[in-house]
Design a protein around this ligand. Structure first.
Ligand code: DLL
Length: 440
């Protein structure tokens, strides 16, 4: 193995253009270190590797990874709060937590080195979107236990940009900052940016007139149709950013200027796609669940973590020239799916159908309910003021077009309700659009 630098602290973006053999060499050394660290310091990993009689010293090929058992979210819950830590508490300089809908959150820990690796991952993330020194980055991801705020913050500083740490919420102030501080890039959830667009319009501000050029949107699923809406309404280029607390936070993957899949920083995170039902590893190009192994995390190494996020690896070279592979935009999580009258339905399919029809706004709710023992879907969608104040006939015609578009996509008839602008609750972070009232 010739002359491989295992430290990515100085030159960053060069790592995105490595020869695949070079990358694999780096991945193998880092995987060996990670597995050894996990085995030596984390009871759960040691127990699982002992169970399959695997000695970390025997790991000599990347293919060995397929032998390891998966790690799942309940492993973090069961070992709450620090059971998966591989570093002593005095070496841990930061804790974050992901809220989850029920029970205890999952807690994630970072050493100083982890924080630096993360900042470099986020620096590369921003570089992919053309953000550079001299840009003013408004960071509207929540600061706090959520990884979005501080994750993006350190990366933007690392690239030399000016960060405005607005965090989420206080939308009027967000707009003032956008307008007055020469902001050229914004980080937020796509749903929150939609809210900002709407509020700005109410104040008579057209985002096309501002220096804002780039949006870094993620932390929740969004569709191509939503991207088109955002780009048209604001005149900016909207990039999809992916990440999860268990692996590091934001900075696992990002789109480049081609906006055709998200590059994964493969020297830091080893991706696999599996069949979620059987656990079998699938070849590049096949749709399945993304499984990630951290290659440089110290405080909380993660081996074969099942993300529940559904995607595929796009192995074809990207036109941008980066050699790190891409994953397809994550349209759904395996646990977001619901089954209605025998049909598998993903919320993103409904979003795509709704936004393909003119006259709708990107604010909607999906309500699941039971009637006469049958499960049904009602989609409440806001429509533009023009249509809302128009004749009943125009509204009925729009409602029919929407029902038709959804039926075409799902193969299922659903109830569509047009609601007045401003009726649906806006989100300042991750949107919650599915309301499950079944059997209530
Ligand atoms: O959402 C980290 C993050 C912050 C990512 C800011 C991007 C920007 P968690 O709160 O742990 O971490 O949630 C992770 O959110 O497993 C996905 O299901 C979902 N998710 C994150 N980014 C995307 C995306 C942060 N671009 C979970 N598209 C993940 C679709 C996403 N889903």
């Amino acid at each position: 193995m010739a002359n491989i630098s295992l430290h990515n602290n100085d030159s960053t973006s060069a790592l995105d253009y490595m020869q695949p053999e070079h990358l694999r060499d780096i991945q193998l050394v880092r995987l060996q270190n990670t597995v050894k660290r996990a085995y030596d310091n984390v009871e759960l990993f040691r127990g699982r590797l002992d169970e399959i009689s695997f000695n970390p010293e025997d790991l000599n090929s990347l293919d060995d990874i397929a032998k390891f058992p998966f790690t799942v979210k309940t492993d973090l819950r069961d070992t709450y709060p620090f059971g998966l830590c591989a570093s002593p508490m005095e070496d841990i300089v930061r804790l974050h937590a992901s809220s989850g809908t029920t029970g205890k959150p999952i807690v994630v820990a970072y050493t100083q080195n982890d924080i630096e690796v993360w900042a470099q991952a986020m620096k590369r993330t921003f570089a992919c979107t053309g953000i550079h020194k001299g840009d003013v980055v408004q960071n509207s991801y929540g600061y706090g236990l959520f990884t979005g705020g501080l994750g993006a913050h350190y990366g933007a500083e690392a690239i030399g940009a000016t960060v405005v740490p607005t965090s989420g919420g206080n939308t009027q102030r967000q707009i003032m900052v956008l307008k007055d501080f020469g902001v050229s890039a914004i980080c937020s959830t796509p749903s929150y940016f939609n809210f900002i667009i709407e509020k700005a319009a109410e104040e008579g501000i057209d985002l096309h007139d501002l220096p804002l050029r780039v949006g870094i949107f993620g932390a929740e699923p969004w569709t191509h149709e939503m991207r088109k809406r955002i780009e048209t309404e604001s005149g900016i280029k909207a990039y999809d950013i992916y990440g999860l607390s268990e692996i590091i936070g934001p900075g696992v993957g990002i789109e480049c200027e081609c906006q055709d899949g998200l590059h994964i920083f493969e020297d830091l995170f080893y991706p696999e796609i599996i069949n979620p039902d059987t656990g079998e590893v699938l070849p590049d190009g096949e749709l399945g669940e993304l499984v990630l192994t951290t290659l440089q995390k110290e405080a909380m190494p993660m081996i074969r973590y099942r993300t529940r996020d559904i995607t595929r690896i796009l192995a074809a070279p990207c036109d941008c020239g980066r050699t790190i592979r891409r994953i397809e935009r994550i349209s759904t999580r395996s646990d977001d799916m619901f089954i209605i009258r025998g049909v598998n339905v993903f919320p993103s399919q409904i979003e795509a159908a709704l936004l393909s029809v003119e006259g709708t706004l990107p604010h909607y709710n999906i309500i699941l309910y039971t009637e006469n023992g049958m499960d049904n879907i009602e989609v409440d969608v806001e429509i533009t003021e023009d249509i809302f104040s128009d004749k009943i006939r125009a509204m009925e015609s729009l409602r029919k077009r929407l029902s038709h578009a959804i039926e075409q996509t799902l193969g299922l008839r659903v109830k569509v309700k047009l609601v007045a602008p401003q009726t649906i609750q806006r989100s300042e972070g991750k949107a919650k659009r599915v309301i499950d009232n079944r059997n209530k």
